[in-house]
Design a protein. Sequence first.
Length: 121
Amino acid sequence: MVMEENQSYSTVVGNTGVWPHLNNLITQGALPTNYYADSHPSIGNYFMLTTGQLLTTDDNSTVVWDVDNIARRMLASGVSFKVYAEGITQGYLGGNTGLYLLWHNPFAMLSDVAGKHNGGE
């Protein structure tokens, strides 16, 4: 899954300097041309992808949600996973830091990954 945060089709397709891997996939036939957002701003779309619900449209929200989600399903099935987020460093303890913005990572706001439900704070 590739998400183009605040990028238009014209700024991504053909821009091999910034998007080399995605553009390589496009040359191999992987060009999505029919896609839509569920909400604006970003956070609602990220929650739709991970929970199937539009939990909030407030990019400043730090609520940890206890709802059914893909992380819960994967953990319950014994499937491991990793989340790669731009600008995040090992040992991250919360909030926005550098290029990392919390609302770009819905997993950080799911009780199965964050908060006391998973040994966090």
